[in-house]
Design a protein around this ligand. Sequence first.
Ligand code: NAD
Length: 478
Amino acid sequence: MTKHDNLIGAEWVSFGNYQDNINPSDISDVIGTYSYGDASSVEAAVEAAKSAFPAWRDASPQLRHDVLDAVGNTIASRKDEIGRLLSREEGKTLAEGIGETMRASQVFKFFAGEALRQVGDLQASVRPDIEVEVTREPVGIVGLITPWNFPIAIPAWKIAPALAYGNCVIIKPADLTPGCAHVIAEILHECGCPPGVFNLVMGRGSVVGEAIVTHPDISAISFTGSVATGHRIAETCGRLRKKVQLEMGGKNPMVVLNDADLSVAVPACVNGTFFSTGQRCTASSRLVVEAGIHDEFVEAVSKAMQSLKIGDALDQATQIGPVVDATQLNSNLDYVDLAKTEAAEVIGGERLELAAKGFYQAPALFVGTSNDMRINREEIFGPCGSVIKVADFDEAVAVANDTEFGLSAGICTQSLKHARAFKRQAAAGMVMVNLPTAGVDYHVPFGGRKGSSFGAREQGRYAVEFYTTVKTSYVFAG
Ligand code: NAD
């Protein structure tokens, strides 16, 4: 069994407490065993980061570019192997695993470029002979806390901007999926990232995560995960006056109007609702369908859903892999039972026993639901979608926006008027027209509104807001 340790400064450090990383497609497959730290491990990482920070802050942008570019190239050159690891530890299909790995590579290469493009403003003062300069500086040591469902892309889109803008990093990946973050740590180490600039501390959220959030020398926290954890972190950061960025849950609506092209709408809804086993914060969990197309749409989606091949993530024929673990599977099955209690018609959703022992579930469609049901208010985070029938466009928008979340919202229509109106009226950070609610670009901002997100946007050039702080300098040149 391969043992994996934590990266602190230039050293791979064992804190004992090895935990097995189990393949959800086949629980007899143990991927490796990972040493989980505690508060004293975070302390060691902070000391390493504090020593490294002055030199990294003042480093030439060329060095930062070269490290990030080399990391991006290395990830791409190892995409098949890393993608396979990702699929083994998280359960998404191999194609999705390799695709997500390539996304991580692209993110590192994008921020390699951004490291060279840091700009400031030189302005004339309103007073004579004075120049005003507005520059951006790194915030210091940043703590990054990531979820299990995108085990390489989310660490990448936090680590790359943090380093590009001159911060030092301590990352705690999800305890269910430490493997991909460990590989990023190995690659950063090999690609010349100076010791202490990047530190990996694996472990439990309640132990290592808490220690990162509360450490006085960590200036900012970027978190992606559940609403409950995010709110807790926000409260702590508020009390400690730390900069904080939260990306949390979703209950994303996909509106399907009577004039939708079903050859576009059905694949968009099937992809958005069920792919990656529905374990995407941007999944289309509420399908809000206009009455005139409702029956035809439900028939087509349920037919497409039932033809999806569920299986081992590494099997090339698989379209939907397993649920990530037993806890998530049991929660999903409870929601299927709840849908029945709430008098929805339930198609699919049953536990599947396949040849290999894994956490398999058939995708579920809940039909005849109303937006006030719990299945439509709470994030399920599994391969489950609800259909909500509405009378017209106005009701569709009202239902779409009637949620505590606001991450992504989609519409399928051939009407330019309705597409434009929806873009304006959707109370979400991202809007998709004739596209699945999930599936985004890496060079533009990612994030939501209301209960889904808090703080500055992630990704693209907008990432500079979170990972830097502004300085205004006045120079008398008289
Ligand atoms: P989670 O909140 O359980 O865990 C997220 C991370 O926080 C993990 O690393 C965990 O160990 C850590 N953590 C847990 N308790 C902590 C604490 N007290 N202090 C500090 N850290 C702590 O979430 P999860 O189950 O890993 O991920 C699923 C959730 O993530 C879903 O709700 C999903 O919608 C959300 N998500 C959101 C986005 C987005 O960008 N909006 C993207 C992916 C996933």
